[in-house]
Design a protein around this ligand. Structure first.
Ligand code: SAM
Ligand code: FES
Length: 351
C-alpha cells in the first residue's frame, strides 16, 4: 500500500518525490495527520533539539513601494496610517529586545527607500556596537551592492520569502517584482555570506497541492538556513478581497513536510498561523516541526498599523507581555528556550 511505503521512506530518511509529497499533503484522516506531525517532531528533535530560538521582531516601517496583491501594507492601500521609526528609536527597541534576552533582532519593513543604504548601514553598526545580538534583515529587494554593504556593516541574516515556486502565480500576485529576480537575490545573499531564509504562504488564491509540493522541494534545492511557512490571510483592502484564508491544517502539513525534507533548518511558528488559531497555533507548529518563534517587540503605538492581514495578534500587548506569553507556551509543551544566537546549523558557527 502506497502510504505505508511513504511512512517507511520517511523513517529511513529517504528523499520523497513530488508525487509522494502530494499524497501526504492530501491526507485528511486525523490519525494519519497525527502520525505525520509525530514523524516531523521526531526529526526536529534529532536535528535541532528541544530548544526554541526567540527572535525579537521590530516592524520599523509600513511604507512600501510595492503593490503585492495579498498584502495589507501595499502601496495603493490608502486606508492605513503609515509610520516610520527613526534610527534612534529602532536602536532603542533593539537594545530593549536584547535586555529581554533575545539574541537576534529581526528588522522588518515594507520596501521603504526612506531608509537609504547609508542610514541602514549606520543602524546596523549602532545595533552591533550597543547590543549583543545577531541581526536579521527583512526589507525586501535591494541592489547587490546594498546587500554587500549591510553584510559588511554586521548584518548576519536575511529573510526574503519567494512566496510561491509557481512562476505564473508569482507573476499574478506581484506587479512590481519578478520571480527570477527573487531567486537571483536569494543566490546573492548566500554568496555574500548571509544565513538566508525564505518561505511561502499557504492557501494563496490559485495555488495547488502540486505547487506546495514543488515549494517544499525548492526549499531543499535552495539549501536555505531558515524557512517561514504561514497561512495566507485575506485582507479586505487588497485586490484579493473576498478570497478564503489558508487553513491551519494545510499550514501544519507543509511545516511538517518542510522539516522532514530539509532536516536541520530553522522553522518558525509564524504569527499568521497564531492569528488563525490564537489558542494553540504556535504550540501546534512547534510540535509539527517548528523550532523558532519571533515575538513582536515593536512599540505598541505602531503595531496596529503593520497590518499585513486583519486580526493580527499582539496588537495591544507590549514586548514584555509577548515575552511572558511565549515563554509560557513553550514551557507548557515541555520545550526549552535557547540562550544562544541560534545561528544556522548548516555553517560552522559559534552558536
Ligand atoms: N517587504 C519585505 C518583503 O517583501 O520581503 C518584508 C515584509 S513583507 C510584509 C513580509 C511577509 O509578509 C511577506 O513575505 C508575505 O509572505 C507576508 N504577508 C504579506 N501579506 C500577507 C497576508 N495577507 N497573509 C499572510 N502573510 C502575508
Ligand atoms: Fe504577544 Fe502572546 S505573543 S500576546
Amino acid at each position: 500500500y502506497l502510504l505505508n511505503n511513504i511512512w517507511e521512506k520517511i523513517d529511513s530518511e529517504e528523499d520523497l518525490t513530488k508525487e509522494e509529497l502530494c499524497c501526504l499533503l492530501s491526507l485528511e484522516d486525523p490519525e494519519q495527520l497525527e502520525l505525520l506531525y509525530q514523524k516531523a517532531d521526531k526529526i526536529r528533535k534529532k536535528y535541532v533539539g528541544d530548544e526554541v530560538h526567540l527572535r525579537g521582531l521590530i516592524e520599523f516601517s509600513n511604507y512600501c513601494r510595492n503593490n503585492c496583491h495579498y498584502c495589507g501594507i501595499r502601496r495603493d492601500n490608502k486606508k492605513i496610517k503609515r509610520y516610520r521609526m527613526e534610527i534612534d528609536e529602532i536602536l532603542n527597541t533593539a537594545i530593549l529586545a536584547s535586555h529581554m534576552g533575545y539574541k537576534t533582532v529581526v528588522l522588518q519593513s515594507g520596501e521603504d527607500m526612506y531608509y537609504t543604504t547609508d542610514k541602514l548601514v549606520e543602524l546596523i553598526k549602532l545595533i552591533k556596537s550597543n547590543a549583543d545580538v545577531a541581526i536579521t534583515l527583512s526589507i525586501g529587494e535591494r541592489s547587490y551592492d546594498d546587500y554587500v554593504r549591510f553584510f559588511e556593516a554586521g548584518a548576519d541574516r536575511y529573510l526574503m520569502r519567494f512566496e510561491t515556486s509557481n512562476p505564473e502565480l508569482y507573476a499574478k500576485l506581484h506587479p512590481d517584482s519578478s520571480f527570477e529576480n527573487r531567486m537571483n537575490i536569494l543566490k546573492w545573499l548566500k554568496q555574500i555570506g548571509y544565513q538566508t531564509g525564505s518561505g511561502i504562504m499557504i492557501g494563496l488564491p490559485g495555488q495547488s497541492i502540486e505547487d506546495l509540493a514543488q515549494d517544499i522541494l525548492k526549499f531543499k534545492e535552495l539549501d536555505l538556513d531558515m524557512i517561514g511557512v504561514g497561512p495566507y490571510i485575506c485582507h479586505q483592502d487588497t485586490p484579493l478581497a473576498g478570497n478564503p484564508n489558508g487553513t491551519v491544517e494545510m499550514t501544519l502539513k507543509v511545516i511538517a513536510l518542510t522539516r522532514i525534507v530539509t532536516k536541520n533548518t530553522h522553522i518558525p511558528a509564524t504569527t499568521a498561523l497564531a492569528t488563525l488559531r490564537p489558542a494553540d497555533g504556535r504550540e501546534k507548529a512547534l510540535q509539527a516541526g517548528a523550532n523558532v518563534i519571533m515575538p513582536n517587540v515593536s512599540p505598541v503605538k505602531y503595531r496596529e498599523f503593520y497590518e499585513l492581514y486583519p486580526n493580527k495578534i499582539c496588537i495591544r500587548e507590549n514586548a514584555k507581555q509577548c515575552n511572558s506569553c511565549i515563554k509560557r507556551r513553550i514551557f507548557s509543551i515541555g520545550r526549552t528556550i535557547s540562550k544562544g544566537y541560534g545561528h544556522s546549523l548548516k555553517k560552522k558557527m559559534d552558536n
